[in-house]
Design a binder for this molecule. Structure first.
Ligand code: C2O
Ligand code: CU
Ligand code: CU
Length: 535
């Protein structure tokens, strides 16, 4: 409904032009008025790569028997290397976009869905107008033209629908895929490449007996977030990764709506992390398990060269506390209520409910053959320039964003999402470094409504400075803390109940609206999302 109002406003602006007074009152209207410019390519942007992404409703074979209705993105390279697009036939996932740092990219997004929609490039630092803000949603038959230069360093990014109030449903239906950026610095490291560099997109889904996706959330599931009972890897149930006796780079993305994973190898081997949201970290980090909240990425290194052929290894999600409201009670109830899926097309996890913070398999790996080559793990990966608090324009006074849930809504600083609703504390000067914090009941207890929130900011990546946990939540926090990776560049950070996370975020280069929100997609759609105006 809001969207319709916005569209009308946009049309109105388009025909009437906006006055200086209107801009002063609603600075973001300036953005909305730019919409016309993005339905056609601009003459002064010389693209190295041009692609077309078409969103369509199709049926694909996921299980034996009936095909599954999904919303799928189809990609086509119009200009540039054919490898720019890696289509994934038979998966609901959108194609993988393989980009190079420094490339100028033009993307024609064609919406052939009978729904309005827009795509956002999660983790990429692009101009506001190219960022997929919900106000740019297009209707059936319309095209949105994105143009941006890839400024990000090598890393695993992703893209997904960002449509006002229906992001969760649209991502769930299939509107999400990976973006892999590479650069010279990374290539020089000689990390496992080609088929030894494996993307692993982890999602949970629920299917009915006709193999159709189920997404009907009641109020309780909205508050806690949707949880499926079927783990999908790269859009497939029963996924087994066959590997050679050598080392691999596994790029993990948690593309789930709300599920948080605590991942550990079932043979007790530690997990070796080499990268996170914004690419490689300085040096490999080894931990007993690794946390992966919605929208986060982790790159793992694993060497199978000492494992006999036939070895099977499973990456499991193992139990942790503090995951859901009512101290875990709701997670259990929610899980039980998800129901059981019997019959054909069983995945590794079907026929069981998967409560958040439970114990269940996520990824199976099988060593199948000898390898003719191997690569060794570099002791140092990439240098990362640390940001310093003293360089923040607000070094003495952090911008704190309090997270809260009440009266069936999820709030940021007590506010819910609205288009064109920039408040004074949401205006940031361009080309500044800001000291910021997410406070999830560290200063004021959330009581029964204490929940984890994977918090995300659009635009440039940030660096985490510190985590503080209130005494009441320390025991629960200790069940996840060894699996946090706070080094390197981040765009999404898991903020547990009773926790405050401080970070430094640069706001360079681009003016306009950039969102900050919870990446629990049910929370996002409930309004746990706001815009910053960079000016
Ligand atoms: Cu991954 Cu605002 O999004
Ligand atoms: Cu994003
Ligand atoms: Cu949240």
């Amino acid at each position: 409904m809001n969207n319709r109002i916005n569209r009308q406003r946009r049309k109105f602006l388009h025909y009437s032009g906006i006055t200086a007074a209107a801009i002063a009152t609603y600075p973001s209207l300036l953005q909305a008025n730019n919409i016309g410019a993005s339905s056609k390519p601009s003459a002064n942007f010389h693209a190295d790569v041009e692609i077309e992404l078409t969103q369509k409703a199709v049926k694909i074979p996921i299980f034996a028997g009936q095909r599954t209705r999904v919303w799928k993105v189809f990609g086509r390279v119009l200009k540039g290397p054919p490898s720019t697009i890696g289509n994934l036939p038979d998966s609901y996932l959108a194609p993988t976009l393989n980009l190079q740092k420094g490339q100028k990219v033009r993307i024609y997004l064609k919406n052939k869905l009978h729904a309005h929609s827009i795509l956002h490039w999660h983790g990429l630092h692009v101009p506001a107008k190219m960022d997929g803000n919900p106000m740019y949603a297009i209707n059936h038959g319309e095209t949105f033209v994105y143009e941006f230069e890839v400024l990000n360093r090598a890393g695993t990014y992703w893209y997904h629908a960002h449509t006002h109030s229906v992001t969760a449903k649209q991502v769930y239906s299939g509107l999400a895929g990976l973006i892999i950026v590479s650069d010279k610095e990374e290539q020089a490291l000689g990390l496992p490449g080609g088929k030894y560099d494996v993307p692993i997109v982890i999602q949970d889904r629920k299917f009915d007996r006709q193999n159709q996706l189920v997404y009907g959330v009641n109020m309780m599931q909205r508050m806690s977030g949707f949880l499926g009972d079927q783990i999908m890897i790269n859009g497939k149930p029963d996924y087994i990764l066959p590997v050679e006796k050598r080392s691999y780079r596994l790029r993990l993305l948690n593309g789930s709506n709300s599920r948080i994973y605590k991942l550990a190898w079932d043979d007790g081997s530690p997990v070796t992390v080499i990268g996170t949201d914004g690419g490689l970290i300085e040096k490999p980090e080894t931990m007993p398990y690794v946390m992966l909240a919605p929208a986060e990425r982790r790159e793992l290194w694993i060497d199978f060269s000492n494992k006999p052929i036939g070895t099977e290894l499973t990456l499991r999600s193992i139990p942790f506390d503090g995951a859901s409201m009512h101290g875990g009670m709701m997670g259990g109830m929610g899980g039980g209520m998800m129901g059981r899926r019997g019959g054909m097309g069983k995945g590794i996890s079907s026929g069981r409910s998967l409560p958040l913070g439970g114990d269940y398999p996520v990824l199976k790996v099988k060593v199948v053959k000898h390898a003719s080559s191997n690569s060794s793990l570099p002791a140092r990966l990439t240098p990362i320039k640390p940001l310093h608090i003293r360089d923040a324009t607000n070094a003495n006074k952090a911008r704190t964003i309090t997270l809260s849930m009440r009266h069936m809504s999820a709030l940021l600083n007590g506010r819910s999402y609205k288009m064109n609703d920039i408040q004074p504390d949401e205006v940031i000067t361009v080309n500044t470094l800001q000291l910021m914090a997410f406070d999830n009941g560290f200063h004021r207890s959330m009581g029964m409504m204490a929940m984890p929130h994977p918090m995300h900011l659009h635009g440039e990546q940030f660096q985490i400075i510190k985590r503080e946990v209130s005494p009441r939540h320390r025991a629960a926090h200790a069940t996840i803390s060894e699996g946090l990776v706070d080094s390197g560049w981040k765009d999404t950070v898991l903020v547990m109940p009773g926790e405050k996370v401080s970070f430094l975020k640069p706001f360079n280069d681009y003016k306009g609206l950039f969102m900050y929100h919870c990446h629990n997609l049910e929370h996002e759609d409930m309004g746990m999302m706001r815009d910053f105006l960079i000016k």
